[in-house]
Design a protein around this ligand. Structure first.
Ligand SMILES: C[S@@+](CC[C@H](N)C(=O)[O-])C[C@H]1O[C@@H](n2cnc3c(N)ncnc32)[C@H](O)[C@@H]1O
Length: 261
């Protein structure tokens, strides 16, 4: 296991472009997430926990659009969330892995692009499931790529592979258990378990292309340290991402959900 942590060894919250990078991802995935949360009945009166709230776009949606009674927005770094705090939106600065954390119980717990970065993810799924009220939903969203097995040499492929490897070795990110999330939810005794995979279109100039180019740029030293790519391959992949030649099934998001009986 690696000793590195999200926010310390990669994606430091103080970096001037970090909020912009997270917002680019949120622009793409918020419609997918909120459509699912709506379909699961998230609505007026609910008490919600938004785990790893990032820039707070989902927490705000829960409050303003879904009419939640209370939203707890938890993140280990909350400088960018503080301005959102109001009586019904409580910002909690805490590490999800902190065993002493006590937040009460919830009708909805949502964690997007957080557990994949935390090596303790299986234990954390159990913990989050324990914090559900009867009838409450746990909704997990994490990345999954369906790579083109026929492409082993393009700059895009090589940089993507280097990225997953670098994320794993520096901070312990691992998406290999994302397809197992429905099983994890069942093992925790949750019912009505289901999952979907959504791969939004990867189009040059789109927020999703911006998200990946920003991520690769931020990770340049770590990408090169894998020994899989050098600066010129990274530049080639970045040019491709911004060009009309771009033609890829981009990484998607698995959403998995289950309900406490
Ligand atoms: C990739 S961002 C995703 C942000 C947001 N969920 C979204 O999808 O837009 C991951 C977030 O999880 C937070 N995070 C990472 N490790 C955490 C931990 N151990 N405890 C609490 N938050 C954590 C980071 O600070 C960051 O805001």
């Amino acid at each position: 296991m690696t000793d590195g942590r999200y926010g310390e060894d990669l994606f430091e919250p103080g970096h001037p472009e970090e909020a912009e990078r997270i917002d680019a991802g949120a622009l793409v995935y918020d419609p997918v997430t909120t459509r699912r949360l709506r379909a699961l009945g998230t609505g007026p009166g609910s008490r919600c926990l938004e785990v790893g709230a990032g820039t707070g776009t989902v927490a705000r949606w829960l409050l303003e659009e879904a009419g939640a009674a209370e939203v707890v927005a938890l993140d280990r770094e909350t400088a960018g969330l503080a301005a959102l705090a109001e009586p019904r939106l409580r910002v909690v600065t805490a590490d999800l892995t902190d065993e002493s954390l006590r937040l009460g119980s919830f009708d909805l717990i949502h964690a997007r692009f957080v557990l994949m970065h935390l090596p303790e993810r299986r234990r954390l799924v159990a913990r989050l499931a324990q914090w559900l009220n009867p009838g409450g939903w746990l909704v997990l969203g994490d990345a999954l790529e369906v790579p083109d097995a026929l492409d082993v040499a393009s700059a895009y492929r090589r940089v993507m592979d280097a990225m997953w490897q670098a994320l794993r070795t520096t901070i312990g990110t691992d998406t290999s258990s994302v397809p197992a999330y429905p099983h994890f939810l069942r093992e925790e005794g949750l019912r009505n378990v289901a999952a979907e995979l959504v791969c939004p279109p990867l189009v040059a100039g789109s927020p999703l292309a911006r998200f990946w180019s920003e991520t690769w740029n931020r990770m340049r030293p770590a990408l090169e340290e894998t020994g899989r790519v050098d600066a010129s391959v990274i530049d080639e992949a970045l040019d491709y991402l911004a060009s009309p030649r771009l033609a890829e099934l981009g990484p998607g998001m698995v959403l998995a959900w289950g309900r406490r009986g």
